[in-house]
Design a protein around this ligand. Structure first.
Ligand code: ADP
Length: 163
């Protein structure tokens, strides 16, 4: 059984992420979307919220599992028996960081291959950060994120504005 891990912060998940997951599902028997539990970015959503949004957004994919993890992605992939780590590439600006990460993960786990899937053109400008920026100042992100994410962003927007 060919298993791939697709790790990320998913704060929140966008159609860009989902498109990568859908394509990975065509290539592997099982794709584990791995929500990174510990990170050093400023998260808007809690782990629990991110998990709810992710699970709802990929429920149409039969060979996907969503899990959270802490620690090194390379170790997590080994425990799961995954030989591939999926990452999405949007622009040249992603490349430098992703190349370093891939080399480091390879050093940490020599059985793990990072596989890059190019972002779909129509989603290549999308990031969790710019979604948050637009939504939190009241713009529409309709068509860029699943309906549940739109709802959660609206709720967050209201909470932040009525504090
Ligand atoms: P991280 O915090 O690890 O960068 P993200 O949740 O931001 O995690 O993204 C996870 C993966 O999905 C990364 O490989 C990222 O490049 C990719 N990704 C993010 N947005 C898109 C998009 N619009 N199209 C394709 N891949 C994307």
């Amino acid at each position: 059984m060919k298993i791939a891990v697709y790790p990320g912060t998913f704060d929140p998940v966008t159609y860009g992420h989902i498109h990568i997951a859908e394509r990975a599902c065509q290539l592997y028997d099982k794709v584990i979307i791995a929500l990174a539990g510990e990170n050093y970015k400023n998260d808007l959503f809690t782990m629990e919220e991110r998990m709810i949004m992710l699970k709802e957004s990929v429920k149409h994919l039969e060979n996907v599992e969503v899990e959270s993890f802490v620690g090194l992605t390379a170790d997590y992939a080994a425990i799961k028996g995954a030989k591939a780590l999926i990452r999405g590439l949007r622009a040249v600006s992603d490349f430098e960081y992703e190349m370093q990460m891939a080399a480091m993960n390879r050093y940490l786990n020599e059985n793990l291959e990072t596989v890059f899937l190019m972002a779909e053109g129509k989603y290549s400008f999308l990031s969790s950060s710019n979604i948050k920026q637009v939504a939190l100042i009241g713009g529409s992100v309709h068509g860029l994120v699943p309906p549940i994410v739109e709802e959660y962003l609206k709720k967050k927007y209201q909470e932040l504005n009525y504090k």
